[in-house]
Structures are given as structure tokens and as C-alpha cells.
Design a protein around this ligand. Structure first.
Ligand code: PMT
Length: 402
């Protein structure tokens, strides 16, 4: 499980011999799924080169506050907003003093002033410097402001002294960093979501489809990303931008959607089928545009499409599988029938006879039907509803409910 999937970590490196450990730390954070941007103070570049850090992070290293070229790319305020966490390792005594006094005399201190993300420091310095009264005051003051300190560790130091002040080992810092994010309900889980309509071609210019806008599925994808999941959104044709930090696969027909859904299905922990998939498709697709004839009635021959969610639920190691039910009457009993028939763990039913909810509206009201209970979620925006649904699905998956 990649515990830092979707996380954006700004790693600050200050001047100290422990800066060499930041290379390994970067590798571990990246390996756990994080996107890492590096900011180095001038002193840090004396201990480890920006080139090394660039190669390991896969991103250009940020060095100067007043650099027009850098500001034209990702400026200091953008970086401050980009970060889900600012992790400074090693944090020197000088840096802690400057940060505590609210200075903004280099890129890293300025970022700390500007960011709303949590700030975490891994102090590293000589044991006498750590014990120094002023350093202790600065450390206590930073903690009182909500800055979290990891370490320092105790032991032999590069200068030959023994005592407190060693930077924690990179693995320890990476694990503690991941633990700080672990509140994400779906941390590191792989979630596949189908969304939108399918289009079943009749000829090169015509198709059979429905009114699904994709809003429900896209809101679910965003909520799952916010909960820490690695999301694959398998989307029919819609007019919505791809949610950030999520992999989107665009498809047209039910058969395409099935193929995309089964790709890597063995890695999927939770499958959510919110797409409105056409139940039938034309038996054949005309090669050229069909011409209007003399007949008043035209007959179309349709063949059943594969059932995507039922196929997923029939896999040997099936993911926790959630369906949607679009109903116009007897909503709960029809949903219960689909729950059983398709071997689902949970089904979310909505009444699509109403124009204010369901297809193509901004709001929805649903009934969550499991094998144990039936729960109504009242009218709210699809966005709010999606967060609530993700909470319910995450809790049920964790409990192993079906
Ligand atoms: O996209 P929006 O405009 O935001 O609208 C949201 C929605 C109304 C489309 C959504 O909330 C919803 O109800 N989606 C399911 C629509 C549907 O096709 O329901 P169904 O009762 O026909 O299908 C039951 C389940 O089987 C669904 O999870 C569906 O994705 C799945 N299915 C159906 C047929 C098929 N061939 N393969 C499937 O996987």
C-alpha cells in the first residue's frame, strides 16, 4: 500500500551535515507515492547538490526567493499553496530561530509564513546547540504554534560528540510523515469509479445514449482523492474537466467501459459503478450514415450489453463492489433486487423520475442499501453527498460488510 499516494510534500533542506540523508528521505517519500518539491537554503547547497535532489525528486529544485525565472514557473506563493505538508529535514538551529521569529529572508522561511499546510521539522544539530537555552525556547515556541517536531534522535554525532541532536533516520521520518496523513479514510486504497453515460453507435454519426452528465461520478472521484485514494475514473463522454490527482480513462461504449474497468482489476480495492451504462447496443454498426427510406417505422435490432459491475463482482478476488440504481418507482425494492442479482456489497439508489435530482442535476438524494440496512441520505449537492458516500463506503469496506 502506497501510504503517501496523492500527497504533495514540500521538502525543505537547510544547512547541516545531515542534508545528505535528505536524498534517501526523498527516495522514500517518492516510493510511498508522494509528489515531492524541494526547497534548499543557500547553506544546504554546500552539503548536497541541487542536481542530486532534482534527479531524486523528479522536479526542479527551488533555491531563491527573488528569482524572476523561478517565480514565472512555480512562484513562492504557489509553492506554499501547492503543499499538503511542509517537511523540513534537516532543520538547523539557525533555521528554527529564524522561523520562530517570523522572518522571511529566504525562500524557505517565506514559504513557512505563507503556507496553510502543516509544518513538520526534523531538527539536526550538535548536541550543545540543541541543549542551548535559546534553541530550546525556539523549539517550544514553534511547537506551541502548531509546528510538529520529529526527533531529534540521541547518539553519536558527525562532530564526534554524543547526545541529542541527530536527525532521525530517513525511514523513521518517512513513516512518521505517512502516519500524519493516515487520517485519510481511503489512504493508499485503489478506487475505480465508472461515470457518465455510454454511447452505443448506430452508424458513424448516430448513437443511443442517456442524460447522465457524469456529475455524480466525478464528485465521487474528487471525494475519494480527498480521502487519500488512488483513483481511476472510467468515464463516458461528458463535458467535465478531469478531477486533479486522478487517472481518467475516457471511453465511449459499454464494451469499452468494461475493457477499461477490467484493466488492473486485481489491484482495485473498491469499485464504484455510478455510470449509466446502456443495457443494449445495436446488433451491428452501419459502416456509412443510414439513409432515410420510405418506411414510416424503422426497426432497430439490439443486443444486450455486458453488465460491467456484475462482471467485476464475479471476479475471483473481487473488490468491494458498489453499484448505483436509477429507478423511477419502488426504488428500494428494485435496488435490493440488483444488490442480490449482481452480487454487490452495497447499492446506492436514486429516484430518476424527479427532475431536481438524479440525471444531470447538481443535487441528489439517495438511499444506501446494504445487505444489513437501508439508509436515506437527504437532498444535498452531489459534492456533499459524494463525501458522505465515500465515508460510508470506506467504513463498510474496512469492516468487510457485504
Ligand atoms: O451522471 P449524473 O448526471 O450525475 O447522474 C447520476 C446518475 C443518475 C447517472 C447516477 O446517480 C446513477 O444512478 N447511476 C446508475 C445509473 C444506472 O444505469 O442504473 P441501473 O439501475 O440501470 O444499473 C445498476 C447498476 O449496474 C449501476 O451501477 C450501473 O452502473 C451498472 N450497470 C448497468 C448496466 C450495465 N450494462 N453495466 C453496469 O455496470
Amino acid at each position: 500500500m502506497q501510504r503517501l499516494t496523492n500527497r504533495q510534500i514540500l521538502l525543505g533542506i537547510t544547512g547541516g551535515i545531515a542534508a545528505y540523508k535528505s536524498a534517501e528521505l526523498t527516495r522514500l517519500l517518492k516510493g510511498a507515492g508522494a509528489d515531492v518539491q524541494i526547497v534548499m537554503t543557500p547553506a544546504a547547497t554546500e552539503f548536497i547538490t541541487p542536481l542530486t535532489m532534482q534527479a531524486l525528486s523528479g522536479n526542479p529544485v527551488h533555491l531563491h526567493l527573488l528569482d524572476p525565472e523561478a517565480e514565472a514557473g512555480m512562484g513562492h506563493i504557489e509553492l506554499a499553496k501547492w503543499a499538503d505538508m511542509v517537511l523540513i529535514a534537516p532543520a538547523s538551529a539557525d533555521f528554527m530561530a529564524r522561523m520562530d521569529s517570523g522572518q522571511g529572508n529566504d525562500l524557505l522561511t517565506t514559504l513557512c509564513l505563507a503556507t496553510e499546510a502543516p509544518i513538520v521539522l526534523a531538527p539536526a544539530m550538535n548536541q550543545a546547540m540543541w541543549r542551548d537555552q535559546q534553541t530550546q525556547k525556539n523549539a517550544a515556541s514553534l511547537q506551541a504554534k502548531g509546528v510538529r517536531l520529529l526527533g531529534p534522535g540521541v547518539g553519536e554525532q558527525a562532530c564526534g560528540d554524543t547526545g541529542p541532536g541527530r536527525m532521525l533516520e530517513p525511514l523513521d521520518i518517512a513513516e512518521q510523515t505517512a502516519a500524519l496523513f493516515d487520517r485519510g479514510l481511503l489512504s493508499g486504497k485503489q478506487v475505480f469509479i465508472t461515470a457518465g453515460p455510454t454511447r452505443e453507435a448506430l452508424d458513424p454519426v448516430r448513437y443511443i445514449s442517456n442524460h447522465s452528465s457524469g456529475k455524480m461520478g466525478y464528485a465521487l472521484a474528487e471525494a475519494a482523492v480527498d480521502a487519500g485514494a488512488l483513483v481511476t475514473l472510467i468515464s463516458g463522454p461528458v463535458n467535465l474537466p478531469a478531477p486533479t490527482r486522478c487517472k481518467r480513462i475516457m471511453v465511449q461504449s459499454a464494451e469499452d467501459m468494461l475493457e477499461a474497468s477490467l484493466q488492473n482489476i486485481d489491484q482495485c480495492d473498491i469499485f464504484i459503478a455510478s455510470a449509466a451504462v446502456a443495457d443494449y447496443r445495436p446488433v451491428s454498426v452501419a459502416e456509412h450514415k443510414m439513409k432515410k427510406g420510405n418506411e414510416e417505422i424503422m426497426e432497430l435490432h439490439l443486443v444486450k450489453n455486458p453488465d460491467i459491475v456484475a462482471t467485476v463482482a464475479a471476479q475471483q478476488n473481487k473488490p468491494y463492489t458498489v453499484g448505483f440504481a436509477a429507478e423511477t418507482r419502488d426504488v428500494v425494492s428494485y435496488a435490493q433486487g440488483k444488490l442480490e442479482r449482481k452480487n454487490l456489497d452495497l447499492i446506492i439508489a436514486n429516484d430518476v423520475s424527479r427532475s431536481d435530482i438524479g440525471f444531470n442535476s447538481d443535487d441528489n438524494a439517495v438511499t444506501v442499501v446494504s445487505h444489513q440496512e437501508v439508509k436515506q441520505l437527504p437532498l444535498s449537492s452531489k459534492r456533499q453527498l459524494a463525501s458522505k458516500l465515500i465515508e460510508i463506503i470506506a467504513a463498510a469496506e474496512q469492516k468487510g460488510d457485504n
